[in-house]
Design a protein around this ligand. Structure first.
Ligand code: HEM
Length: 470
């Protein structure tokens, strides 16, 4: 029944509203929602998709109706790479998902586990600082690819915490960073066949199907090797995530059976959900700081005055730096790494603000638009201004719906602690030791802030800067 559906823009036969979306979906969706309202119904092909664009509407969906909106839609990428949602992030809501999420939390993401990786973080940040020192002492003053440094940092930390050691292309002939990039690019390719099955040939023609198979195969080969290495290793000496997963798998007495595919998909999720988002956060935060020298100076003053010269800023110190914490919040507000969160789907019919939404409707929450809404954030909502957080208790734990970079409710990101521990101490140590001059290649001046496409938004072109020792 089509009675009292939310407002919809005019749509074309077959493709629905797809022609109204640009590559930067969060931006086109906001423009449409400004005309059609905070609850707007679009059609991707024949699939109905509810677009949620205000804090108030997000509260209704993610809190009031969290339970019937806790499923994820099924897609081709999920079917192929994630074996129909046998991972955590795309598992259907239910007992399997609950068990899988709790395994990740207990064995990698809990506060206790996160604290145990402090030394790993410190080691890797120090290595990154060494690279910056080398660049800053060279007489050539050549720009450094900051995005690449952050990619290596996050990737190496996840590798060491989850897999027990670093995997790099040089020694292992395997380039994990590249797989992460390739998969992220894939989430930005709009698979038309997903929504319009009769047009699936276009995906084959564009090579999406082939790229998907390739990413799948490369990552699977990598994981196969990691698992084998752990199976062969001396059990007494190691206890990383993979070891723990193998123990759970071999436990025949427990009620939950962890299949081999599921074990690999947990690792896959930790990699993709963890590396891409954290990298995106770091590169955009540094971008904003370099574009806002006043904020950068204030941050440097805070860090340099509270942490003794030449010493590594500890995590405890970083947690207490008010301006640093405000910078982190402001970057998560203005440039949420996953601007449309992760899509959900209604498992039952539901009534929202008087509108009828049928079961099976997909739900996209435009956190990016909500976090730039002038009615809740004020007229300067588009500006990067960390000061707005200084006298406020507002947090990103998913309780206040005007600020939801990690989502909310049952499906909230379980990696908030893991990420928070890393980003503060990374930023503090980097800005403490170096001043940065942004370097934009002349042919890219117009595009310096261009966003790549994908579920997680990277910079389209890497952030380049010339560091000098402070
Ligand atoms: C700045 C960093 C990060 C951001 C912005 C972020 C954001 C998100 C968002 C928006 C969601 C969807 C929430 C929802 O549907 O309501 C999510 C889910 C998830 N995130 Fe994160 N995340 C980050 C870091 C991490 C890290 C470090 C890990 C693990 C190592 C991780 C693992 C996951 C997993 C497994 C899910 C799926 C949860 C579920 O479906 O129940 N994330 N994240």
């Amino acid at each position: 029944n089509n009675v009292n559906l939310p407002p919809s823009p005019w749509r074309l036969p077959v493709i629905g509203n797809l022609h109204q979306l640009s590559l930067n979906t969060h931006r086109s969706l906001r423009s449409l929602s400004l005309r059609y309202g905070p609850l707007m119904l679009l059609h991707f092909g024949r699939t109905p998709v509810l677009i949620v664009s205000s804090a108030d509407a997000a509260h209704d969906v993610l809190k009031t109706h969290d339970l019937i909106c806790a499923n994820r839609p099924k897609t081709k990428v999920i079917d192929q790479i994630l074996r129909g949602g046998k991972d955590v992030a795309f598992a259907p809501y239910g007992e399997y998902w609950r068990q899988m999420k709790s395994i990740c939390i207990q064995n990698l993401l809990s506060n206790k586990m996160v604290r145990s990786y402090e030394k790993i973080r410190e080691d890797e940040i120090k290595l990154m600082i060494k690279k910056l020192e080398k660049a800053s002492s060279s007489s050539s003053l050549s720009p450094v690819n900051i995005s690449q440094l952050f990619m290596t940092l996050t990737n190496d930390i996840i590798c060491r915490a989850a897999l027990g050691r670093k995997y790099s292309s040089k020694e292992d002939g395997i380039d994990v960073e590249n797989i992460v990039r390739a998969f992220s690019a894939l989430t930005g390719e709009f698979p038309i066949g997903e929504y319009i099955p009769s047009l699936s040939w276009i995906d084959r023609f564009r090579g999406i199907d082939h790229k998907m198979e390739e990413v799948d195969k490369r990552f699977d080969d990598f994981l196969e090797r990691v698992v084998k290495e752990h199976e062969d290793a001396d059990k007494e000496t190691t206890s990383d995530l993979v070891d723990k997963l193998l123990t759970i798998q071999s436990d025949k007495t427990g009620q939950f059976k962890l299949e081999k595919d599921a074990l690999k998909l947990i690792i896959w999720d930790m990699f993709l959900a963890g590396t891409a988002t954290t990298l995106s956060f770091l590169e955009w935060t540094m971008t904003e700081l370099m574009r806002h020298p006043k904020a950068m100076n204030k941050l440097q003053e805070e860090v340099r005055s509270t942490s003794p010269q030449d010493l590594f800023v500890t995590e405890k110190e970083a947690e207490k730096m008010n301006y640093l914490q405000a910078v982190i919040k402001e970057a998560l507000r203005l440039r949420p790494p996953a601007p449309l969160l992760v899509p959900r789907v209604f498992s039952e019919d539901v009534k929202l603000k008087g509108y009828n939404i049928p079961a099976g409707t997909q739900v996209i929450v435009n956190a990016w638009a909500i976090q730039r809404d002038t009615t809740t954030w004020g007229m300067d909502a588009e500006e990067f201004r960390p000061e707005r957080h200084l006298d406020s208790d507002l947090d990103f734990q998913g309780l206040d719906f005007k600020f939801i970079p990690f989502g909310s409710g049952k499906r909230i990101c379980p990696g908030i602690g893991f990420t928070s521990a890393l980003i503060g101490v990374t930023l503090a140590n980097v800005v403490k030791r170096f001043n940065f001059r942004m370097h934009v290649e002349p042919q890219r001046v117009q595009h310096d802030l261009t966003e790549a496409t994908g579920l997680v938004i990277f910079r389209k072109f890497p952030l380049m800067a010339i560091p000098s020792s402070a």
